[in-house]
Ligand binder design. Structure first.
Ligand code: NOJ
Length: 544
């Protein structure tokens, strides 16, 4: 019997599926807003800006790691899973943040780093103190660095091997990321149990779920690429069972950068693994489509990444705190992307582009708005990256990925209104600097990017078809992307022009008729539509 047959179950399921209608906002605490004048953003700063986020239309914030850490990988190297980094505040501040978020009817998810700890974590300190220490087996050791050969290097610009030599105990330890991030040994039942305790701790504090960092690499097996192994999926299912049994309604979001075929396995059978997964393949294809002036890259990837179940949802995004990864692009696609988006070699990092959305799209508001409209209307839940709603740029003088993690530009005054002290990182300068790009001036200007995105978010909020509907592609010239989203008795038609010339879209005969144009808020009888370069329409009708 399906849940739809009982009104009670129907309502509770609608509520538990909140993430399907949500709009996520990825927020880097250090860069957001500083309230204690030390040049670093803090949790109280996030609280101070919740009204701003609500005004923009955000319904769920995702915090980058906020745990104690030596910050060799900006907090993805955790030295204590049960506390808050001193730069950000205290556990009490965190509890207040959760409360303030919930008071506003919003949600909050945090980063959960399962795969590795910092080398400063007491477990690793103990593990490396002697071969017989009880914590030795919390990590992955080997006498040789030839084990698991052929496993790819993720931080290939810095690391030369996934093994690091430990002088004191005369063995190598395994790490998929920086040397300072030893991988935990998930073959050890104690590690498995410890990490579930971490999960329960934060869920008991009220967080609404986790963005699970690097879930792909938990187990290692000889003769494989050590990614997405059956053992890894089995553990992730244990994690989901904790949610299902003890914390229903909380969400697990997978950060797994894989090809569509492997990626959909993270949804398990639809209700026993992740609720959500970032759609990395779609992200790359959106930028490729802009580069080619052709919708085909998006059309084909949508066809390869089916929705897998009632409870499953893609998280769709354009940019995040890392480089725009091209790991899963073909060599030819990667070359094309570098030609288009990396005129300066400094923009390339590992196999990706350390750039922000606005400069990638040439600062052209039409393209930036269209890209946002795409992630608001394709199947999934949009995830915005802080600062992209006002079109912030990157600072290429900062190393690694720091160039896309610069202080939020609130005003055109000193330090962009982010802090009264010297900011922890140099601000962006030039045309994307805070004198030209800041929240204050865009809130005051009705034609700004901020208002364009805000309008789209508010339209989306009233249209559950965007978060929940199925998708059907419509025939269109190759530079246009046209699709139908259908949910209950509502049909949406969305059409995008991805090229530099004006194009005409003719609706299939059986789709022609009366629609509400959601962007103009008016009723129209539609047979064909003229689309200027980088323009788009969202239309709605009742029925088929
Ligand atoms: C993925 C995160 O997004 C990235 O920032 C981090 O460096 C690695 N995982 C390692 O945790």
């Amino acid at each position: 019997m399906g849940w739809a047959t009982s009104p009670f179950l129907f309502a509770s399921n609608m509520k538990n599926l909140w993430y399907k209608d949500a709009v996520f906002y990825e927020l880097y605490i250090r860069s957001f807003y500083d309230t204690n004048d030390d040049g670093h953003g803090d949790l109280k700063g996030v609280i101070a800006k919740l009204d701003y986020l609500q005004e923009l239309g955000i319904t769920c914030i995702w915090l980058l790691p906020m745990y104690p850490s030596p910050l060799k990988d900006d907090g993805y190297d955790i030295s204590d899973y049960y506390n808050i980094h001193a730069d950000y505040g205290t556990l009490d501040d965190f509890k207040r943040l959760v409360e303030e978020v919930h008071t506003r009817g919003m949600r909050i998810v945090t980063d959960l780093v399962l795969n590795h700890t910092s080398d400063q974590h007491p477990w690793f300190q103990a593990a490396r103190s002697s071969r017989t220490n009880p914590f030795r087996d919390y990590y992955v050791w080997s006498d040789t660095d030839k084990k698991y050969s052929g496993v790819r290097l993720i931080f290939g610009d810095v690391e030369t091997s996934n093994w690091a030599w430990d002088e004191a105990t005369g063995q190598y330890y395994w790490h998929r990321f920086y040397t300072s991030q030893p991988d935990l040994n998930f073959d050890n039942p104690a590690v498995q149990a410890e990490m579930l305790n971490v999960v329960r701790f934060w869920l008991n504090l009220g967080v609404d779920g986790f963005r699970v960092d690097a879930p792909t690499y938990l187990f290692e097996r000889e003769g494989t690429n050590c990614e997405s192994l059956p053992e890894t999926h089995a553990y992730l299912k244990r994690l989901r069972a904790v949610i299902n049994e003890e914390f229903p309604g909380r969400v697990l979001l997978a950060e797994s950068n894989q090809q569509p075929r492997e990626l959909i396995e993270y949804f398990g059978n639809g209700h026993d693994e992740f609720h959500m997964a970032f759609n990395f393949p779609l992200m790359t294809r959106i930028f490729l489509a802009f580069a080619e002036g052709n919708a085909e890259p998006i059309r084909s990837v949508i066809e390869q990444t089916p929705q897998t179940g009632e409870e499953c949802q893609w998280a769709i995004f354009l940019r995040n705190h890392d480089e725009l990864t091209l790991e899963m692009a073909s060599p030819a696609e990667r070359e094309h992307m570098y030609r288009e988006y990396a005129p300066d070699p400094k923009m390339i990092l590992n196999l990706g582009l350390r750039r922000r959305l606005a400069p990638l799209l040439k600062g052209d508001h039409r393209r930036i708005e269209l890209a946002n409209a795409l992630i608001l209307s394709l199947p999934g839940t949009p995830v915005l990256y802080y600062g992209d709603e006002i079109g912030m740029g990157e600072n290429l003088d900062l190393s690694d990925r720091n160039g896309v993690r610069t202080p939020m530009q609130w005003t055109d005054s000193e330090n962009a209104g982010f802090t009264k002290a010297k900011p922890f990182a140099e601000l962006v300068t030039g045309e994307y600097g805070h004198h030209h790009v800041n929240v204050d001036s865009q809130v005051a200007e009705p034609d700004s990017l901020f208002h364009a995105i805000r309008r789209l978010l508010f339209i989306r909020k009233d249209q559950p078809a965007f978060g929940r509907g199925d998708i059907q592609m419509l025939d269109a010239p190759s530079s246009l992307l046209a699709f139908k989203r259908k949910y209950l008795d509502v049909t949406m038609v969305c059409v995008y022009n991805l090229c530099t010339t004006s194009e005409t879209f003719t609706l299939p005969e059986n789709e022609q008729g009366g629609y509400i144009n959601l962007l103009e808020n008016e009723e129209q009888v539609v047979e064909s539509i003229q689309l200027e370069p980088y323009s788009y329409v969202w239309m709605k009708k009742y029925g088929e």
